[in-house]
Design a protein around this ligand. Sequence first.
Ligand SMILES: [Zn+2]
Length: 326
Amino acid sequence: MSFQEIIGQETAKQLLQSSLRRQEISHAYIFSGPPGSGQMEMAMAFVQALFCTRGGDDACGECLECRKVLHGNHPDLFTIKPDGATIKIEQIRDLQRIFSYRSESGNPKAYIIDEAEKMTVQAANSLLKFLEEPPSPAVAILLSDNGRALLPTIQSRAQWVPFSPVNPETMLQILANEGFSTTLARSAVHLAAGLGPCRDLIQQNWFAEVRNVVLQLGKEIAGRGGSPLITAQQVLFKSGLTDHLDMLFSLFHLWFKDMIHALYHKHDQIVFIDELQFINQHCTSRSAEQWIEAMALAAESKKKLRQHMNANLCVEQFLIAVDGQR
Ligand SMILES: [Zn+2]
């Protein structure tokens, strides 16, 4: 992974690349930002550029050092993740043991602590001493959803690198580059927080199936005939998809919103882009107010589900209410 390949997070990228250009590398960095904002990818790009024999402010991707980082077997790079719910003092002690030897290349060694806010107080205190006086040159990269939750003494010893939430358009672009189906990704980026959860969602078989059910029911609701109640009986209640009704209602919310986007000719905003023609033809079957009401009904149904209302009943009431709007 090179900086060039990373989409978005310009502030973080500029900060890190400028310190590479000036050859002023801090001994510690805190990457702080919302989950799924690509902190690990950025950390890997930074370490790779740091180790790359070509030098400069980005990795070449071809030299031996770069390839070792890419293959996850660089001897001077270590990653620590929570062991269970926390990062424990033993894990920091292991790190300190490994870092008591200098690297053979003469480069500083690097370590990445993922979910750094999960360090126990003992682990954090142990790390603090190590940050101040590493026995051999070292660069620490602490990744966190909430860097402000780290010990103030750690915060004050590290350079702050801010990450911003990735907007849906950027996530869509990244997922498309990774080869995911854009029709599924376009829905997922509005439903899951961050890239990781989006990838997980798209890879679930049920996600595409629930989406298809919403399309079928959504078209019937928009007046293409058929009976939504009977369809629900046939394709939903007898399937295993009833475990995912929360997602069903979230997708309905997006579907109704698409109708409003179409009414106002905001076609670039439409999520169910594979049904653009249908949406354009049927958006006028109701007023904008009615579509907004339908969105509210979907939101209300999600709430009822959380309050443990019977699942089938919840869907039936929703379908009857949406149908009765006209
Ligand atoms: Zn290289």
